[in-house]
Design a protein around this ligand. Structure first.
Ligand code: PRP
Ligand code: URA
Length: 206
């Protein structure tokens, strides 16, 4: 299932700044943080909770706390921009890292680094990558995460292309996607249109 948050006023506001080619890296980073917080609050609806009771100053109240075992996996490099705001929304989380790079000529993603915490069927994994273009990076990343034992995996991105969503859903029909915006299409170089260009380059000023 894919959730598209593009009607949210804050998503529209921050995405417009991210798209603007004249936005400088420091402002780009700030808006990446702000839009990720909004998207992550929506993705957090997928979290499991445990019922608990708490003693108020007056009596015992029914309450809830987040189930343990939340793991964020940012896809390097660009996913790093989403990590701090995501951890700020969901306390007590662990982090795994996957480095994926697209070949400039073929747009095929290759994994160059992976370091995961222990994963099990009860772990709730949120993969962070701002751009889901062909879906290749995300699909390979999720494949590795599932191979380590995770069964509850979600994908969080800022912009997704329809082609990438279709390919990803075919590979991983059990994984929910929460996206800031579903854009129009990919161009011949597999960049998202209208998109915002190369997220990693804009985030890290390279
Ligand atoms: C970008 C982006 C995604 C990937 C999406 O990474 O951050 O990881 O492309 O494309 P896909 O859906 O077609 O796989 P890139 O390869 O540019 O590496 P970077 O983050 O290090 O810049
Ligand atoms: N990666 C990006 O950073 N931008 C795109 O448009 C596609 C892949």
């Amino acid at each position: 299932m894919t959730t598209d948050l593009s009607t949210h006023p804050l998503v529209q506001h921050y995405l417009t700044i991210l798209r603007d080619r004249s936005t400088e890296a420091s402002e780009f980073r700030r808006c990446c943080k702000c839009i990720t917080e909004v998207i992550m609050v929506e993705a957090a609806k997928l979290l499991n909770i445990d019922a608990i009771q708490v003693q108020t100053p007056l009596e015992i109240a029914d309450g809830a706390r987040l189930s343990p075992g939340v793991v964020f996996v940012p896809i390097l490099r660009a996913g790093l921009g989403m990590l701090d705001p995501a951890m700020g929304i969901i306390p007590g989380s662990s982090v795994g890292y996957i480095g994926m790079e697209r070949d400039e000529a073929t747009a095929e993603a290759k994994c160059y680094y992976a370091k995961m915490p222990d994963l099990s069927a009860s772990t709730q994994v949120f993969v962070l990558d701002p751009m889901l273009a062909t879906g290749g990076s995300a699909a390979q990343c999720v494949e590795q995460i599932k191979a380590k034992g995770a069964k509850n995996v979600n994908m969080v991105c800022i912009i997704a292309a329809p082609e990438g969503i279709a390919a990803f859903e075919e590979a991983h029909p059990d994984v929910s996607i929460v996206a800031g915006k579903i854009d129009r299409e990919l161009n011949d170089q597999k960049y998202i249109l209208p998109g915002l260009g190369d997220f990693g380059d804009r985030l890290f000023n390279t």
